[in-house]
Design a protein around this ligand. Structure first.
Ligand SMILES: Cc1ncc(COP(=O)(O)O)c(C=O)c1O
Length: 389
């Protein structure tokens, strides 16, 4: 590979040139079954016909207009997105281009809300150990994993971390005199697929409501249908104040969204925030297809069913190298007894794409459109790799 990229990724030695459904094809014509969906991005699989059509048609009309002008397609996308997130209390959206950018917006909204209502000093954002919120300086500051905190300080001030699941730590840290927001991933993805317990999320929502601390949910990896409901937090029956989305939201076109509910929807004023590309017609046209496809109850229940099936097959092996299987819908993690990287390499050689999280967890984020037979086929390939390592 040409030596022009910065050294940020450990890239596997394969170049994909085309894809269809759950499959990718490399330069030599070899096919690979994709259990990664580009890290939860290609949620409708590769070359999904309605997505290809919408992107091509929009590109032929107008690809980008800046946010000083109106756009029918961006408006339709935003309306549909807010409606999809209304069950958890969302009312308005700001569109950007990535998860980290959405999360930066979430911090600004939480801090400005607190400043407006309580004055300076009440700016702490509490987040969880093991969390991941992005790679910018502020979203790294909010990320509760030491390994991301090397070399890049000083960080943004005002973040505190508590262990997930510890109700008394939650009660203690949520001091209404100093805390603006509580930030949770309903399922910690980068940590290795760890769902929060329903009583923990319920207590978090209750404390936040009682203390006027904004409940901020990072659904960048677990949202947009991945767990079998449009937002993962719907299944917990809680209302949030801020929700962030990205990854699968436009099925592969860069996008990010920060949504806010009643309390915070009107916190940002003109010039408070902005993004050149945010919500441009191309991303919006793609996002509309994703919303129209995913936000439909039979499609969502199929995601839940396929996920259960995936986990059931994986569990049925009682494989000596698999220690624990976790997850919800098509967001699945499996702790293994050996290093994950050789499994990824073995799987690649066998024609299967999988992810890791940390050093000893395999992570599976297949497209929602995956077929039962493809799940079985991919898992058989994985079993072969685990058996031989
Ligand atoms: C939960 C969560 N938040 C934020 C991000 C950052 O998103 P992006 O890489 O689009 O900036 C990620 C990416 O993996 C994520 O999983």
């Amino acid at each position: 590979m040409a030596d022009v990229f910065m050294n940020t990724y450990h890239r596997l030695p394969v170049t994909f040139v085309s894809g269809e459904g759950s499959w990718l094809r490399d330069k030599a014509g070899k096919k690979y079954l994709d259990f990664t969906a580009g890290i939860a991005v290609n949620c409708l699989g590769h070359a999904y016909p309605a997505l290809v059509k919408a992107i091509s048609e929009q590109a032929a009309k107008v690809n980008h207009v800046c946010n000083y002008y109106q756009s029918d397609v961006a408006e339709a996308f935003a309306e549909k997105l807010v409606a999809a997130c209304a069950p958890v209390g969302m009312r308005k959206v700001f569109l950007g281009n990535s998860g980290a950018e959405a999360n930066e917006g979430a911090c600004k909204i939480a801090r400005k809300y607190s400043l407006k209502h309580y004055g300076p000093g009440r700016h702490t954002i509490v987040s969880l150990k093991g969390s991941f919120h992005g790679r910018t300086i502020t979203t790294l500051s909010a990320t509760g994993q030491e390994r991301f905190h090397q070399d890049f300080g000083p960080f943004t001030e005002g973040f505190r971390f508590i262990p997930p699941g510890d109700l008394s730590a939650l009660d203690r840290v949520l001091d209404p005199a100093s805390v603006a927001g509580l930030w949770l991933e309903p399922i910690q993805g980068e940590k290795g697929i760890f769902p929060l317990d329903p009583p923990y999320i319920a207590a978090a929502a209750k404390y936040c409501a009682e203390r006027d601390i904004l409940l901020m949910l990072d659904e960048i990896q677990c949202g947009v249908g991945r767990t079998g409901t449009f937002l993962a937090c719907e299944a917990y029956g809680v209302k949030a104040d801020i929700v962030t989305l990205a990854k699968g939201l436009s099925g592969g076109v860069p996008v990010g969204a920060v949504l806010a509910g009643e309390k915070a929807a009107d916190v940002l004023d003109v010039s408070d925030h902005g993004s050149t590309f945010g919500g441009n017609p191309l991303a919006a046209a793609a996002g509309l297809v994703v919303l129209e496809t995913v936000q439909n109850p039979p499609f969502l229940s199929e995601i839940a069913r396929k996920g259960e099936r995936f986990r059931a097959v994986l569990g049925s092996w009682e494989h000596p190298k698999i220690r624990e299987i976790r997850g919800k819908g098509l967001m699945i993690g499996a702790d293994i007894t050996t290093e994950a990287w050789p499994v990824l390499e073995g799987a690649l050689a066998a024609g299967l794409l999988i992810l890791s999280a940390g050093t000893k967890t395999l992570r599976f984020l297949p497209p929602y459109t995956i077929k039962d037979a493809e799940i079985d086929q991919g898992l058989e390939l994985l079993k072969g790799v685990l058996d031989t390592l």
